[in-house]
Design a binder for this molecule. Structure first.
Ligand code: HPA
Length: 267
């Protein structure tokens, strides 16, 4: 068990079964009456303090619909200079402390004119175009096998459930394929064209490492992109992180409502 897992288990009364990771621009998950504990990443040796605006770096526990939930307010990315292997630990901490389900969010660019800013895309699969894999290196058999199967990495059963919740909550949720690019620059129009030909719908700079690690250690995963812009070459607008943050904020209410309703409904 990792050091941070022991620290967290000492602090909390009930083990969380569901974990959530908040992506760029999303920061209002728990309301004050739901929160139990707030642990800054600086107190957890296995968590890297995020350096990017829009990622606060706190691990927060709380209760939603009688379920114990833990939420990572902010994440680290490979483009910040982190060793891809260092992205393993936070997800393995979630495993150590009992999480069975992980719901990941991110901000993403759209590769399709029909997928507009503000849309929510439920990721059904990915193409790891980052050039990195966090599992490279010695394998820790305590967490999973050397070669893990990725054919249901975005768990079909959970996707069906959240689609139902989306319908009930009147929140539109189309499915799509996510491409991970390393960043930190946004892609070139030629790269976006290539990703379109490969069959991708949205592109971003996160999520894939976390999905790989979660899948390896047997945590069932859902991932949702908030579309914040058309990807490079699809519009004349210059891309910026400022736009990513402000557009993600606009969709925040919908995505948080969707996730919370999913958690409440989950059996
Ligand atoms: N590309 C990569 N990552 C992103 C984008 C994009 O267009 N928008 C938000 N995150």
């Amino acid at each position: 068990m990792l050091k941070s897992s022991k620290i967290i288990l000492k602090k909390i009364k009930n083990k969380p079964e569901i974990a959530v990771i908040l992506g760029s621009g999303l920061s209002n998950f728990f309301n004050s009456s739901e929160i139990k504990e707030n642990i800054p990443y600086s107190k957890l040796p296995d968590f890297i303090k995020p350096t990017v605006k829009g990622h606060s770096g706190n691990l927060v526990t709380g209760i939603i619909g009688k379920k114990n939930v833990i939420c990572m307010y902010g994440r680290s990315h490979i483009y910040e200079g982190n060793n891809p292997q260092d992205l393993k630990a936070p997800i393995r901490v979630l495993k150590d402390i009992g999480c069975k389900i992980l719901i990941i969010t991110n901000a993403a660019g759209s590769l399709n004119k029909k997928i507009k800013s503000g849309s929510l895309i439920l990721i059904k699969d990915h193409i790891n175009w980052s050039g990195f894999n966090p599992l490279i290196g010695p394998n820790d058999e305590n967490y999973g096998p050397r070669f893990n199967d990725m054919s249901n990495a975005y768990n079909l059963q959970l996707r069906k459930k959240i689609q139902k919740v989306g319908k009930k909550s009147k929140i539109k949720l189309n499915e799509g394929i996510y491409a991970m690019y390393s960043g930190p620059n946004f892609e070139t129009p030629a790269e976006i064209n290539a990703l379109k030909i490969l069959g991708c719908d949205v592109v971003g700079m996160s999520t894939v490492p976390e999905v790989i690690i979660a899948n390896h250690c047997g945590i069932k995963t859902l991932a949702i992109s908030v579309v914040t812009n058309y990807a490079a070459g699809l519009s004349k607008k210059k891309l910026s992180h400022k736009e990513t943050l402000s557009e993600a904020k606009k969709a925040e209410k919908d995505i948080i409502k969707l996730i919370k309703n999913f958690i409440i409904d989950y059996k």
